[in-house]
Design a protein around this ligand. Structure first.
Ligand code: TRP
Length: 465
């Protein structure tokens, strides 16, 4: 009996892939790197990177998945039969599966923080948020990080949710959950934007976000690097989701929609956060922001509670971030699970449980590396800047695994796949793809050059995380 592959319904793919793209990268990371890189110029380069590098590679990943009907490892095997290098190309797929394991191990720990802060905010909203709590937010966050059992507990909660959804399959699990959560997320974020419009910092936030000043090389590198992470590219997540895409759907249109949704959400998150940040008097700002990466958990609660309606906004906001993270963690686990299903013939349940269990275990090391365990917290094979298991894994995934995976995917599809095959697949369900020539040009030349440049910068000591 031939097993037919589980499929998304018509809108299911866009929603699930957008759900994968929209995550902590948009709501937690993008605002703080934009803030650190000076606003408008960074946003502009980021938009260019999405259009010229992210979008073309996204098309390449989706077309590989839909044509082969396979997850990354077996997808590369499927295409590489008559291609120079042969089976070696499946190494790119393995790299993707490994990246999924690595990224989810720490992503789920951070995702756990959002659940914890949701709970905290509910508690503060009910029993009152006062000056004492406000002034101890930084210490509170620090001791939460250093609390091993708590870190493991919230990581476990998040991994269990993720495994549960992946077990339920494509249509019944992933599609159903993202179709429910993504609209809620967009409504909440839109409401928060409306609230932001009435804060005193709104005008300055908009000016900061869209005023283009001088452009620095550093910012360009960071923007290109982030465009991979935020679109979930470089590790075959979209090859996997593409393999569940129906033949009547248009790949170019769907990919464009995913990029637009991801970008809009990232910008909305910036509007909300910056409006709140700029509402604080300038003199106080410097003392409030110790480290931009922790703004979300240290500065923001305090600001929420100083706003009218803060008792509602605060918990709702953390719930939103948790939802965004959940639709991303399921895509990361799906890559690993579908590999076990396609390659080893395991059932979905067995694959999700074993992959989830493995990731949970490696994540425990991450959870204990935030202060709870001395050795794990200070391990620094790549230098002090990325000390600790958490820092090491993030460095390795964001700087090496994703760029290398993206580079090899671009080279493989651009240079090794027959142009008739790629054109047919992109036109299937779409009709004539007028920008085909441009797409192929970007994939063959612009993407590899840009990514090699990042890799060289990383070798030279620049890190993106
Ligand atoms: N894109 C997600 C975010 O912005 C994270 C993510 C999910 C991811 N799946 C991925 C990143 C696959 C790289 C590869 O938070």
């Amino acid at each position: 009996m031939i097993k037919t592959r589980d499929k998304f319904s018509s809108l299911g793919f866009v929603v699930a892939a957008a759900g994968s793209a929209i995550g902590l990268g948009n709501i937690w990371k993008f605002p703080y790197i934009t803030f650190a890189n000076g606003g408008g110029s960074f946003v502009l380069i980021y938009l260019i990177a999405i259009a010229l590098i992210g979008l073309p590679i996204m098309l390449a990943e989706i077309l590989m998945g839909r044509r082969s009907q396979q997850s990354p490892v077996t997808a590369f095997l499927y295409f590489s039969k008559d291609v120079a290098g042969g089976k070696l190309w499946s190494g790119v797929g393995f790299l993707g599966v490994a990246a999924g394991l690595v990224i989810l191990s720490y992503y789920s720990v951070v995702a756990g923080w959002t659940v914890y802060y949701f709970g905290k905010c509910v508690q503060w909203s009910v029993s009152g948020f006062n000056e004492t709590i406000a002034s101890s937010l930084g210490t509170e966050f620090g001791s939460f990080l250093g609390n091993g059992p708590m870190q493991v507990l919230f990581h476990a909660i998040f991994m269990s949710l993720t495994v549960g959804i992946v077990i339920s399959g494509i249509k019944g699990g992933i599609e159903r959950v993202t179709k429910l959560l993504l609209p809620i997320l967009m409504v909440i974020l839109s409401l928060l934007c409306v609230v932001a419009m009435f804060t005193p910092g709104f005008g300055e936030a908009i000016r900061f976000l869209f005023h283009v000043g001088p452009i620095h090389t550093e910012a360009v590198l960071e923007a290109v690097g982030h465009s991979f992470f935020t679109l979930s590219l470089g590790m075959g997540a979209l090859i996997t989701y593409g393999s569940y895409l129906g033949r009547k759907q248009s790949i170019p249109r769907d990919a464009l929609m995913i990029c637009v949704l991801d970008t809009v959400i990232a910008l909305m998150a910036c509007v909300v956060m910056f409006s709140i940040i700029f509402s604080v008097p300038e003199a106080e700002r410097a003392t409030t922001f110790t480290k931009s990466a922790t703004i979300l958990f240290t500065t923001l609660p305090r600001m929420f509670y100083s706003l009218p309606g803060g008792v509602i906004i605060a918990p709702v906001f953390y719930l939103l971030v948790a939802f965004a993270a959940l639709t991303s963690t399921i895509s990361l686990l799906e890559v690993v699970a579908s590999f076990l299903i396609d390659k080893l013939g395991w059932t979905r349940k067995k694959a999700a449980l074993i992959a989830g269990g493995t990731i949970f275990s490696s994540g425990v090391l991450v959870a204990l590396s935030l202060g709870a365990n001395e050795t794990l917290s200070t391990w620094a094979p790549f230098g002090e800047r990325d000390a600790g298991v958490f820092g090491v894994l993030d460095y390795f995934a964001s700087n090496w695994m994703l760029p290398v995976g993206g580079l090899l995917t671009a080279v493989f599809v651009g240079w090794f796949l027959d142009s008739k095959l790629t054109r047919d697949e992109l036109e299937e369900g779409h009709g004539m793809f007028k920008l085909y020539g441009l797409w192929r040009f970007l994939l063959r030349y612009v993407c590899p050059v840009a990514i090699c440049w990042i890799i060289i910068a990383v070798i030279g000591g620049r890190a993106f995380n």
